[in-house]
Design a protein around this ligand. Structure first.
Ligand code: NAD
Length: 484
């Protein structure tokens, strides 16, 4: 059985707080044990990160820092199969997903932000002064200091490195609190950091839960200079409150209830392929996933049949088997939450076009499985349509006009992403800019250029990360004014 250790000041140390089991979601088996860091150990991790800022890391030339980040990317790629197995055992996600998305993007994040930081430029302004001499203003950037990185379980390595890589590129040090459900890849990355020559204390990992545990100890720690968080909106509220103590900057990538809009001029086959992935990829556990779809009335039945067929085509089972296309959800608690919405949909009078229950899979009876599910017929104020379920399920509703589709999509407290399907160029531009979200995809979904702004509107978050936007968050900008 694996024991997941904390990584503090370049060393692996057992936690002194609560111990909890690490389950394999495909079978429910206990594969390991996590020993959470106690308050003193979180304090030690923050102390190590503070000291590292004053050590060789803080004095390192940018080119040298960037070379180390590239070695980290190489280190992940060199141990690709170990990272892959660790991520699959933590999440149960199929190899086909983890090998194409999670692990390659985990490595790519270090190279992308190594490139980004090398091209960062700063503004300068010359000004007139009454004595005629003038003055020159120019801005310089420095690291903010110690960054707390608090992560979810759905794309563990990918989302963690999405924050750690730019934070380190900008010269900060980090203390990471991975999700209690997925401790493995953050821990393994500690070995890669040491092997790459990243100085002790630059990258630290503390395990544990949120409230009353490592998550809260870390985000409330006065030695933390900035907090970056990905997870549920309600947790984001708690973290924002924690960040208000000492007025620390916070970046929040939160939940969504993303709408898809399909117009009757869409390319049918491409739409079905794209919207199918948007609903069911990663067992629906993608913040950008589509849990409500508005379809122009003339093609409604055809889309409904097509999507139901997609849902039925998934194959469950051994995640290491290339034939498996859908994994379980992350935990027994999360399955109970997803199934509670399946129940509400049924009781609310939904027409179930596919799924709606729990599949039975020989040899994997203890796993946290749910069927990919497609509903129609619920009222727009149903909790199934209003609340984030974070499962492989979606609801279809017909609409008649473009304005109606936009209004339906915007009728949500969330505003993370949308996916719009149309062959009309004018409509694509018009609708994409009117949906109140951080990311509008047209004729695609989850197509990511890592230089672009990423984040949510409304209750889906605060701030943007990606490209230069990450550089903004992870640096402190200082203006220098020189009287000439
Ligand atoms: P979660 O909010 O339950 O937990 C995320 C992390 O926060 C975990 O590490 C947890 O231990 C920690 N935490 C919980 N309470 C805390 C507290 N009070 N103080 C400090 N830390 C605390 O989220 P989850 O269930 O792990 O992930 C799923 C959620 O993440 C969904 O809502 C999904 O939409 C969202 N998400 C958003 C994005 C995005 O980019 N916007 C990406 C992925 C996932």
């Amino acid at each position: 059985m694996t024991e997941f250790l904390n990584f503090i000041d370049g060393r692996f140390v057992p936690g002194r707080a609560e111990a909890f089991a690490n389950h394999f979601p495909s079978t429910g088996e206990v594969l390991g044990e996590v020993r959470a860091a106690d308050r003193d150990q979180v304090d030690e991790a923050v102390g190590a990160a503070q000291r590292a800022l004053k050590g060789p890391w803080g004095r390192m030339a940018l080119a040298e820092r960037v070379a180390l980040l590239r070695k980290v990317a190489d280190g992940i790629n060199a141990r690709f199969d170990e990272f892959l197995a660790a991520e699959i055992r933590d999440t149960g996600k199929p190899r086909s997903i983890a090998s194409h998305i999670d692990i390659p993007r985990g490595a790519a994040n270090f190279n992308v932000f190594a490139d980004q930081v090398m091209t960062l430029s700063n503004e300068s302004f010359e000004m007139a002064t009454p004595d005629g001499g003038g003055a020159l203003n120019y801005a310089v950037r420095g690291p903010r200091g110690v960054i707390a990185v608090v992560c979810p379980w759905n794309l563990p390595l990918l989302l963690m490195t999405w924050k750690v890589a730019p934070a380190l590129a900008c010269g900060n040090t980090v203390v990471v609190k991975p999700s209690e459900e997925t401790p493995a890849t953050a821990t393994l990355l500690g070995e890669v950091m040491n092997a790459a020559g990243i100085p002790p204390g630059v990258y630290n990992v503390v395990h544990g839960h949120g409230p009353g545990s490592a998550g809260e100890f870390l985000t409330r720690h006065p030695g933390v200079n900035g907090i970056t968080f990905t997870g549920e909106t309600s947790t984001g509220e708690a973290i924002m409150a924690a960040s208000s103590r000492g007025v620390r900057p916070v970046s929040l990538e939160l939940g969504g209830k993303n709408a898809g809009i399909i117009f009757d001029d869409a390319d049918f086959d491409k739409t079905m392929e794209g919207i199918g992935r948007a609903c069911f990829a990663n067992t629906g556990q993608v913040c950008l996933g589509t849990e409500r779809i508005y379809v122009q009335r003339g093609i409604f039945d055809r889309v409904a049949e097509g999507l139901a067929a997609k849902a039925r085509a998934y194959r469950f089972g051994d995640p290491f088997d290339p034939a498996t296309t859908m994994g379980p959800v992350i935990s027994t608690e999360h399955r109970a939450k997803v199934l509670s919405y399946y129940d509400r949909a049924a009781k609310g009078g939904a027409q179930v076009l596919a799924g709606g229950g729990v599949p039975s899979i020989q040899g994997y009876e203890g796993g946290y499985w749910v069927e990919p599910t497609v509903w129609t017929g619920l009222a727009e104020d149903s909790p199934v349509i209003r609340e984030e379920i974070f499962g492989p399920c979606t609801h279809l509703q017909p609409f008649d006009t473009e304005d109606e589709a936009i209004a339906l999509a915007n009728n949500s407290p969330y505003g993370l992403a949308t996916t719009i399907w149309t062959e009309s160029l004018g409509r694509a531009h018009r609708v994409a800019r009117q949906v109140e979200v951080g990311i509008s995809w047209v004729n695609c979904w989850f197509l990511r250029d890592l230089r672009t702004p990423f984040g949510g509107a409304k209750a889906s978050g605060i701030g943007r990360e990606g490209g230069v936007h990450s550089m903004e968050f992870y640096t402190e900008l200082r203006n220098i004014c020189i009287k000439l």
